[in-house]
Design a protein. Structure first.
Length: 435
């Protein structure tokens, strides 16, 4: 628990909210104001954990986290590429509501675009509820300090602002150094996955008079594809080249091992039972990912580009060893985090995400309609229950994801009413977004 006398009014208000939440869930053991540990991988495909089907290496830490918590089979990114997906998480809203969310992705030499400093975020709302906040890892919502994490509710930031950085030199793909300690470039040396892990472990080892929100956003296994022992590669590559299945395996296993150290630090600090831990990816995988049974990859709205792994653990609240087919998007985690914390979204910027905290606590899955859009190709998609509408350039499809997860059989002529219903809903939704 937390020190007496610290933010007592916020604690009482949040505790009342948590009590009401516990009653709604039929649970008596929902802790008031839990710590939040949100762990985000970068370009990790649906099948890139051994618990999700990866055949050529093992990820024992995350596999064990699934055994101790809840595994989602129908988790989605809100976009098939980094910037809009991260925009969705930090704002809790469809990324197409903001100019930065229309960048697919934001490039490292764009100094004019970013998340507006006055736009509320998950971090700003948690700070109002009395939380300490820290972001460790990748930001990718603005390349200048004006748009950085310290302007968006995070007390501390250690990581990279841009799209990608070499794991050893820490230079971005435009040749600039991009490892930051708050608003100052950091001289720290080392493999980025290890540096982010070590900072998270150090943070968890501190005294915590208030609950915390730790957003640990690894850049692994995003390119450049360099394992922890591949320092020599850094001198020869700053672009999207190289790699192998073996190097990719080392990158993912290094992240998995690092997460193990972070969870061990949580346990050592006696914070495990009062911490909601969420793990997922920002979008589908790329060249070396394993996305079976889905088609395509990052940048596409076919399932391989947006279906991702997701695992939630909260001892005493989330039942262990449960698998759910609840459809959940990136921005739903934002709503879930505020729900667990007893915090609320800014009413001027209402969340589009829905909390899945009740599902995490063992209640039945619920249905609703969700939407995606990519301007570059262009592509459009919507999911309603088992049905998915997909437009890829001029081709429109209707798929039954339960019977056909590989999206190989178009059913729009067999089920024209369903096709038209979802298509019409998509058109209406799209009319409310920025273009």
């Amino acid at each position: 628990m937390y020190d007496d006398g610290v933010n007592r009014r916020e604690f009482v208000n949040a505790a009342v909210g948590a009590t009401a939440l516990g009653a709604a869930l039929g649970a008596q053991n929902i802790p008031a104001r839990p710590n939040i540990l949100f762990i985000l991988a970068d370009d990790l495909g649906y099948g890139d954990l051994s618990s999700y089907g990866r055949p050529d290496y093992n990820t024992p830490v995350l596999d064990n986290m699934a055994k101790e918590g809840m595994k989602f089979t129908d988790a989605y990114a809100s976009a098939p590429v980094c910037t809009p997906s991260r925009c969705a998480f930090h704002t809790g809203r469809y990324p197409h509501r903001l100019p930065v969310g229309l960048r697919e992705p934001l490039v490292d030499d764009d100094m004019q675009t970013g998340l507006p400093p006055d736009h509320p975020t998950v971090a700003t709302q948690l700070k109002k509820a009395g939380y300490d906040t820290i972001l460790i890892g990748k930001w990718h919502l603005g390349n200048i300090p004006e748009f950085g994490p310290n302007r968006h509710g995070f007390d501390e930031f250690f990581g990279i602002n841009g799209s990608a950085a070499d794991y050893f030199t820490h230079y971005n793909d435009r040749g600039r150094p991009d490892l930051w300690e708050n608003l100052t470039l950091s001289p720290q040396q080392g493999y980025l996955t290890d540096l982010f892990t070590d900072r998270a472990v150090e943070y968890l080892g501190r005294r915590h008079p208030r609950p915390f929100f730790l957003s640990l956003q690894y850049n692994a296994p995003h390119w450049p594809w360099e394992g922890p022992n591949d320092r020599a590669l850094a001198a020869n590559r700053t672009t999207e080249t190289g790699g192998s299945n073996e190097i990719y395996a080392e990158m993912v296993k290094s992240m998995d091992s690092g997460i193990g150290k972070v969870l061990a630090a949580l346990r050592k600090a006696n914070l495990e039972r009062n911490t909601l831990v969420i793990f997922t990816s920002d979008n589908g995988g790329e060249r070396y990912s394993f996305s079976w049974p889905f088609q395509f990859q990052k940048f596409y709205l076919w399932e391989g580009g947006i279906r991702i792994p997701a695992i939630v653990r909260w001892p005493g609240v989330v039942p262990a060893g449960v698998v759910t087919n609840q459809a959940v998007l990136t921005m739903d985690w934002s709503a879930t985090i505020l729900d667990a914390a007893g915090a609320k979204a800014n009413p001027a910027y209402p969340f589009d995400g829905d909390s899945v905290l009740s599902v995490c606590a063992g209640k039945p899955a619920f249905d609703r309609m969700v939407f995606w859009r990519v301007r570059a190709r262009p592509q459009a998609a919507a999911r309603m229950g088992k049905w998915k509408y997909l437009r890829d350039r001029d081709d429109e499809h209707l798929f039954d994801l339960t019977a056909d997860p590989g999206e190989s059989t178009d059913l729009k002529t067999k089920y024209p009413d369903t096709f038209e219903r979802i298509r019409t809903s998509y058109i209406h939704w799209d009319s409310t977004m920025l273009h």
